[in-house]
Design a binder for this molecule. Structure first.
Ligand SMILES: [Mg+2]
Length: 184
């Protein structure tokens, strides 16, 4: 399975949560698969899906899922100790770890080599960290949604991209409809 397969798999269970999605192809794929006003697509914030989602979880009570990538978390490594030390039990970080910087041409990341992001998250102090094969991502995410504990899920998948159109929706429109969804 590649990232887009996982997104197709989990899209049906992303209806009642706020979703902050990683920049580039992940956002384009989620937008194409199942655009929702509760989705906030990163359009210029490399590495910051987890930080923005976590801040949103701290600021209000709705459940927030950040869909992030291995390259993105490696870009913003300060995010894991920040999350670990400021727990928000309405926050789920789903790291789709395909071992590559998918949006820039599938260059390999260290997460696909010797560095385990699940081990790093645990070492940073995150308590509920699960690493799953791609096919088990939906079940792991549903369990995290049903539980009331902050959870970090590392989903290991193959690298690879599908052809997707860019998001033509104006960023202001994405922001405004997301703010409405947050306040609803
Ligand atoms: Mg990646």
């Amino acid at each position: 399975m590649i990232r887009s397969d996982i997104l197709k798999d989990i899209a049906p269970i992303l209806r009642d949560q706020l979703v902050v999605c990683n920049i580039g192809l992940p956002s384009q794929e989620l937008h194409m698969i199942d655009d929702q006003p509760t989705n906030f697509y990163m359009l210029g914030t490399m590495g910051l899906s987890s930080s923005i989602g976590f801040g949103l979880a701290l600021a209000q009570d709705k459940k927030v899922i950040s869909i992030d990538g291995d390259g993105s978390v490696l870009t913003n490594f300060g995010t894991l100790p920040t999350i670990a030390n400021n727990v928000a039990d309405n926050f789920i970080l789903l790291i789709i770890d395909n071992g590559s910087y998918g949006s820039t041409g599938d260059q390999p990341t260290y997460a696909g080599k010797r560095t385990s992001l699940a081990a790093v998250a645990r070492a940073c102090g995150c308590e509920n960290v699960v690493e799953v094969p791609a096919a088990d991502t939906k079940d792991a995410l549903q369990a995290a949604i049903d539980g009331d504990k902050m959870t970090i899920i590392v989903s290991k998948c193959e690298s690879g991209n599908i052809k997707v159109p860019v998001i033509t929706m104006d960023p202001v429109v994405i922001r405004d409809r997301f703010m409405k969804a947050v306040q609803a």
